[in-house]
Design a binder for this molecule. Structure first.
Ligand code: TYD
Length: 135
């Protein structure tokens, strides 16, 4: 599966918390064109339910606990996001669902393209047909 976990560079000042940072094209394998974040989600809510044809993203959770359920049509993986110093880089062609395991968890995303609904596949059977044709 085309996924990669990144250790986000972090500087801890004892007793004063931690500053975490990453730089596009240095720490990430792409230039960032868009940042978005999902917040105010109650516990137990499942979001996502789509794949992207071309988009590359890095996801990180600065607060809370979100379970990423990933499926590339061949393999299924579950990756918890519950550490503000870890990032998950997702390639395209991965069906993803996100389960809020803790209320008010925040999901942040850096993406390599502007928002485009044409890049989404929102039907799972269509996703399987789409990746089947590429193989
Ligand atoms: P969506 O990606 O479907 O969110 P989720 O998978 O978490 O449910 O996006 C929700 C809505 O927001 C949808 O109508 C598209 C819109 N949207 C934008 O307008 N711009 C963006 O950058 C993103 C990510 C979504």
């Amino acid at each position: 599966m085309q996924i990669q976990t990144i250790d986000i560079r972090s500087i801890t000042d004892p007793g004063e918390g931690t500053l975490s940072f990453f730089e596009a094209e240095r720490d990430l394998p792409f230039a960032i064109k868009r940042i978005y974040y999902i917040h105010g989600v109650p516990k137990g809510i499942l979001r996502g339910g789509h794949a992207h044809k071309n988009l590359r993203q890095m996801l990180w959770c600065p607060r809370g606990d979100i379970l990423m359920r990933l499926d590339d049509g061949t393999e299924k993986r579950e990756v918890p996001l519950n550490d503000p110093t870890k990032g998950l880089v997702l390639g395209s062609d991965i069906w993803r669902e996100m389960l809020w395991r803790e209320a008010d968890s925040v999901l942040c995303v850096a993406a390599d393209a502007w928002y485009s609904e044409e890049d989404y596949i929102r039907d799972y059977d269509e996703f399987l047909r789409y990746i089947g044709k590429k193989k």
